[in-house]
Design a protein around this ligand. Structure first.
Ligand code: HEM
Length: 409
């Protein structure tokens, strides 16, 4: 199998899992020239590297785009220069992670339950009278509304955020495929997003309210607080990390449930929503993988000599299909107790800081969809076309139909 050209980002992903299965058996750590990175495919190897931040740095967990026009570089500089939680190592990471956790841990997330459920209920109700709609569009709306709600961002700005985030996405992942003029336009269009967050940080530091921006602004760890730019960037990191990851996960899970007929089990109550979500996160992982960089020179790992600054791609999606860990990994089986927790949310100090919110959104959304649309069916192009240019894996659109549209019950 040709692995030198392997690139799971921005490609048609249809053979991804077959390629990774082959790699896990024959060449579990291989070098992709297309990515200029070593690809790590086995569960144990991914876990060991993710769990060893002293040897494997997160400074390039997402590759910093270079060669951009100044309008786009300004956005990149803001993200990278203000303590980005995903892209820092200890001790800075420990500080920012403790701040994040102080306002947004597993327990504190529960206080957002009513608001998040109400958002999802409203979006389900909005679609109740139509016979066909797009799950991917629904998923993007509820994931963005939920994360903005939790961050304390004015819901009136929702329309602007989807545009801003699309432009930020083009800058982060599209430096090779977009023209310079397109990147200039994207940089100009999304600059107000940063201004908005800095202004919000200022206002919440000066006059705290009952939201996360205020909570984070007030937290002091060993007497140290976030600066206003760092607070703005923490809000930004959570919005970016929490939007498409969750939207794609929801689309992938609904797709799998409908494709395998398990939707009916969910509707009849035979299948538990949490089990459906849990196995769905393993089976069709929405975050393909993230990068690490080798810290020391001559680092030996499983008989391979990595050089200092070598890039490693931790393929969470592959780890979640590792046949050593999971019985029949290529089957979606929510009834089979899996001996290993899936690594959909990563592992180690950088594991997902928003997992409780993500699970809450997914559980509510699947539950409310199943209640309102018991006869949901896939329609439109199948398999759906994947979204391009992203570390996230999910469909561009996922059309579904129902024979029983009705008014909210
Ligand atoms: C199903 C949805 C989600 C999936 C699959 C997911 C997956 C992941 C993964 C794999 C990582 C580890 C990255 C690494 O190893 O470098 C991560 C980190 C992170 N996630 Fe999520 N995520 C989801 C939803 C969310 C949500 C809803 C939020 C915020 C509201 C969020 C915020 C974050 C943050 C801030 C980090 C960085 C943590 C750190 O570096 O310390 N995620 N996520």
């Amino acid at each position: 199998m040709e692995l030198a050209t392997f690139n799971p980002f921005g490609q048609d992903h249809k053979d991804l899992y077959r390629t990774l299965e082959w790699a896990r058996t024959h060449q579990p750590i291989f070098f992709s020239e297309a990515l200029d990175a070593w690809c790590i495919t086995r569960y144990d190897d991914v876990r060991e590297i993710a769990g060893d931040p002293q040897r494997f740095s997160s400074k390039s967990a997402i590759i910093r785009p270079t060669g951009l026009p100044p309008e786009a570089t300004k956005i990149v500089d803001f993200i990278w220069d203000n303590l980005p939680i995903t892209l820092t190592d200890a001790p800075e990471h420990r500080f920012v992670r403790r701040v994040a956790h102080a306002g947004f841990g597993a327990r504190t997330t529960r206080r957002y339950e009513d608001g998040v459920r109400a958002i999802i209920q409203e979006e389900v109700d909005t679609r109740s009278s139509v016979s066909e709609f797009d799950i991917a569009e629904f998923a993007h709306v509820i994931a963005l509304r939920s994360v903005l709600h939790v961050m304390g961002i004015d819901p009136e700005t929702m329309g602007k955020w989807s545009g801003w985030l699309a432009d930020i996405h083009s800058i982060m992942f599209g430096s090779h495929t977009h023209t310079s003029d397109e990147l200039v336009a994207s940089g100009k269009r999304c600059a107000p997003a940063i201004d908005y967050l800095i202004d919000l940080a200022d206002r919440r530091i000066a006059s705290p309210q009952d939201d996360l921006a205020s909570a984070w602004g007030a937290v002091a760890i060993d007497g140290q607080k976030l600066s206003r730019s760092q607070l703005a960037n923490l809000l930004f990191s959570f919005i970016v990390a929490g939007w498409e990851s969750t939207a794609d996960a929801l689309s992938n899970i609904v797709h799998t449930l409908l494709r395998t007929g398990k939707w009916n089990d969910l509707v009849s109550g035979q299948l538990d929503v949490e089990a459906a979500v849990q196995e769905g996160l393993r089976f069709d992982t929405s975050v393909i993988g993230t990068f690490r960089t080798v810290v020391h020179k001559d680092t030996e790992f499983r008989g391979i000599g990595f050089k200092q600054a070598d890039l490693l791609l931790l393929l969470y999606c592959s780890a979640n299909h590792d046949e050593v860990q999971y019985k029949v990994p290529e089957t979606y089986d929510p009834y089979c107790p899996r001996s290993q927790a899936a690594m959909a949310f990563g592992y180690g100090i950088h594991n997902c800081a928003g997992a409780p919110l993500a699970k809450m959104e997914l559980n509510f959304a699947i539950d409310l969809l199943a209640q309102r649309f018991p006869d949901l069916e896939l329609s439109g192009r199948l398999p759906p076309a994947p979204r391009q240019l992203s570390i996230f894996r999910g469909p561009q659109s996922l059309h579904v139909k129902t024979n029983s549209p009705g008014l909210p019950g």
